[in-house]
Design a protein. Structure first.
Length: 328
């Protein structure tokens, strides 16, 4: 979310694309996102990326969404292009009316959770042969959003998460991070879960299947968004990421989600036993992502955010974290 901080650049970009009206939307950590009307009659979601740092995003978005064009809850690419003089790329995607599951005060009904399970089960029905961060289905590599991210190749879901987690932990300890003690303990616990990943199943993964990327309208699922993190990997990754969001929500709704999933395919091997491993990974990911989250944080709230992350790590170590003490 950077374009809207430069009004003159924003006006120039809108002029080049042909925007006649716009409304800023809550975007990701790197994109600028608007609901726009264009001169050519197209109406949709405009996502603008800086080619120097995020130019891969629009290309990947188009590749993924074109592969999943039969999914009714996924956006369609309506228009795209590059503004070479400005070194920017953009996509215009179909717009979904609805409320974000992360911010809405209303808990969606069971049918929404059932639909989400079915949708994820369909994604995971696509098999892959290598574990990695996907750019355009023909190329995998390092996650470009994480500095010095290890590109692989990985042999299984354990390596895909443990190798970068261990590398980052060592890096942060060397830099004398305030989280060094907690990270060292957590990554050691991750390593003990290796035996759960002997199966080596690899499928398509949304990569960020969380409430924040899901829209609901009334009593129905409206849209699944943000495929920037799409990858090939252990299907348990997406499942546990979503179910971690469900802590504090009715168990019946979490089960409804799993019911929808098994309508499409079986649960992965050792699925329930992997819950602590993926919670440990989320804890380390929370530290890695701090610079991204602080991009738009007011200076007087920076320390509060960092303290909140530290408390989260401490609950993981103490075993008081809700995910570790609650069975799905």
């Amino acid at each position: 979310m950077w374009l809207e901080t430069n009004e003159s650049l924003e006006r120039k970009v809108f002029s080049e694309i042909g925007v006649i009206s716009s409304r800023k939307l809550e975007g990701g950590l790197v994109n600028s996102v608007y609901h726009v009307e264009l001169k050519n009659g197209i109406s949709g979601v405009l996502r603008v990326a800086d080619n120097e740092t995020e130019g891969w995003i629009p290309k990947k978005e188009r590749a993924v969404l074109s592969r999943f064009c039969e999914f009714p809850f996924f956006p369609k690419v309506l228009s795209y292009g590059e503004l070479r003089e400005l070194n920017l790329s953009f996509n215009v995607l179909s717009f979904f009316e609805g409320d974000n599951m992360h911010t809405t005060k209303e808990i969606p009904n069971p049918q929404v959770f059932l639909s989400l399970g079915e949708t994820l089960g369909k994604i995971h029905s696509y098999k892959a042969t290598e574990f990695g961060f996907v750019y355009d289905f023909d190329n995998t590599g390092a996650d470009p959003r994480i500095h010095n991210s290890y590109p692989g190749p990985y042999r299984n879901g354990f390596e895909q998460h443990f190798i970068p987690a261990k590398g980052w932990t060592e890096h942060l300890i060397e830099r004398k991070s305030r989280y060094s003690r907690e990270l060292d303990i957590i990554v050691s616990r991750m390593e003990k879960e290796k035996s759960l990943f002997t199966n080596g199943e690899c499928t398509y993964n949304h990569g960020d299947f969380q409430f924040k990327n899901i829209l609901v309208e009334g009593e129905r699922l409206a849209g699944v968004l943000d495929f920037d993190s799409f990858r090939y990997g252990d299907p348990s990754t997406d499942l546990h990421m979503f179910l971690q969001n469900c802590i504090g929500v009715s168990h019946d709704l979490a089960y409804k989600f799993l019911e929808g999933y098994v309508d499409r395919r079986n649960l992965p091997d050792n699925f329930f036993a992997k819950a602590p491993f993926y919670r440990y990974y989320q804890a380390i990911q929370a530290v890695i992502a701090i610079p991204l989250h602080l991009r738009n944080t007011p200076p007087d709230r920076v320390e509060l955010y960092k303290d909140r992350v530290k408390k989260f790590l401490q609950t993981i170590i103490e075993g008081s974290d809700p995910v570790l003490i609650t069975k799905y």
